[in-house]
Design a protein around this ligand. Structure first.
Ligand SMILES: [Mg+2]
Length: 175
């Protein structure tokens, strides 16, 4: 059975949208994902607000309230019938997120056993056939085939096979 490693933020979890919802509410702004085309989150937020937005990640409630990426639950459930599916999150980027991310997975992806959840730092340690991730840095250091999940910041990237959404992930791996 081949093994697929799947990233959390911007692949399973709509993290940046949640950031924008909080930011827009706090500062009466109207920044949308479309405004981030080709940009990182902090490129689209005024410099004087960066620290405020960084603090969102320090709250456990922040992670608890993130929306699931559309179609990911059913798709991962189907993938798990044909592949060894692992969730691989570079949670070390925000150590305070460990508990909240683990609980979030239990709520939204209860069919994934805890043994299939990997919180790590550098994803080059991951041994799998495929890694589905929005972050080019992770795909570059990965030993298997990196599959780029489209996100606002990676629109111009051309070095990897790209999937735009979860139906396209299913088409790639299940057809
Ligand atoms: Mg990600």
């Amino acid at each position: 059975m081949k093994r697929i490693a799947i990233d959390m933020d911007e692949v399973m979890a709509n993290t940046v949208q949640h950031c924008l919802d909080l930011y827009n509410a706090d500062f009466e702004k109207h920044v949308t994902l479309a405004d981030l085309h080709g940009l990182g989150l902090f490129d689209a937020i005024a410099a004087e607000h960066h620290l405020h937005v960084c603090r969102y990640f320090e709250s456990e409630m922040f992670f608890a309230n993130i929306q699931v990426m559309e179609g990911s639950q059913a798709a991962i459930q189907e993938l798990a019938k044909k592949y060894e599916v692992f969730v691989v999150s570079a949670a070390m980027d925000v150590p305070k997120s460990f508990s909240a991310k683990f609980e979030w997975l239990g709520v939204h992806f209860p069919f994934l056993p805890p043994g299939r959840i990997v919180f790590c730092g550098d994803k080059s340690i991951i041994a799998a056939d495929y890694l589905v991730d929005d972050n080019v840095r992770n795909l570059l250091s990965f030993g298997g085939e990196g599959i780029l999940f489209t996100a606002h910041h990676n629109i111009r990237e051309t070095r990897f096979r790209r999937v735009n959404n979860w139906p396209e992930v299913c088409a790639l791996f299940l057809s």
